[in-house]
Design a protein around this ligand. Structure first.
Ligand code: MF3
Ligand code: CO
Length: 275
């Protein structure tokens, strides 16, 4: 039997305004963690920074205790793709690439975003890997407009990655709906043919998060029950933003400028809601 598609939550303008507040807390914390990701810092130091920003804004964590997750941030270094657990014993070293993934809740509404950060100077192919992943995320965000179909986003992400080079595209993890919870319908693959899936409507909010590798796409979970690594040991990059869909265009809630710069570069006007 064919499964009915899960309903996608539609937000009011007031609810999106609360999601924007959560998004700006996330953006501020990620910027602070990026600055703190220097050689010699531990990944737990980044978690400390994030908790301080949450407390200052009276926001709470959607990661902490999520299915028992033990931290406020996910820090995934080098061959770790996602869901790495911060540790006092894990020190960042010059040349590392760390994915810093973080979310916040403001008055019940969620934001979720991730950046990959170069620690000191990284190898050119590692910088290119991260740049390709970030560009693919923005190409996906630029495809998130009312009237399009869900897999138009997936297709935009995949096309962008394939144009950039020969990368593994992680298949087991992807983007998701977000709003009154962090992980909601729909699941968003980072590859696929366009024109399929639910029609995108104003009031939806989605987290778009490509993960790509320098080698093969296969993943494995470590014994800690969380950390996801590549099977072949190749390094991975991960970028994520939360975007709201409005009638007049996307609004990237976790980007300080609402996504204006990167979307305009792609010929897409950001929603007037971002002003
Ligand atoms: N941003 C992460 C994602 O969408 C959420 C991590 S959940 C946690 O995959 F429990 F690992 F924190
Ligand atoms: Co996410």
């Amino acid at each position: 039997m064919r499964r009915l598609p899960e309903r996608i939550e539609l937000k009011t303008r007031e609810q999106l305004a609360l999601m924007r507040r959560a998004g700006l807390v996330v953006a501020e914390a990620l910027a602070a963690m990026k600055a703190a990701a220097v050689p010699g810092a531990s990944t737990a130091d980044l978690d400390d920074v994030a908790r301080e920003v949450l407390a200052r804004h009276g926001a709470t964590s959607n990661f902490l205790n999520y299915h028992g997750y033990p931290a406020t941030v996910c820090t995934s270094v080098n061959d770790r793709i996602v869901h790495g657990i911060p540790s006092r014993d894990e020190r960042l070293r010059e040349g590392d690439l760390v994915s810093i993934d973080f979310g916040a809740i403001v008055e019940g509404w969620h934001g979720d975003s991730a950046i990959s950060v170069a620690v000191g100077e990284v190898a050119p192919e590692v910088a290119a890997l991260s740049a390709a992943c970030e560009a693919a995320m923005w190409d996906g965000l630029a495809a998130a407009h009312a009237g399009a179909r869900l897999t138009d986003i997936s297709h935009a992400v995949e096309t962008s990655i394939r144009r950039a080079g020969k990368y593994g595209i992680v298949a087991e993890y992807g983007g998701h709906g977000i709003g009154s919870a962090m992980h909601m319908a729909p699941h968003i693959l980072n590859y696929g043919r366009p024109g399929k899936g639910p029609k995108l409507e104003a009031g939806m909010a989605l987290a778009i998060e490509p993960m790509i590798t320098l080698g093969r796409r296969e993943t494995q979970e470590l014994d800690d029950g969380w950390t996801v690594t590549t099977v072949d040991g190749s390094w991975a990059a991960h970028w994520e933003h939360t975007v709201a869909i409005l009638d007049d265009g996307p609004w990237v809630l976790t980007a300080v400028d609402g996504g204006r710069d990167e979307l305009e570069r792609r010929g897409v006007a950001v929603s007037a809601a971002a002003a």
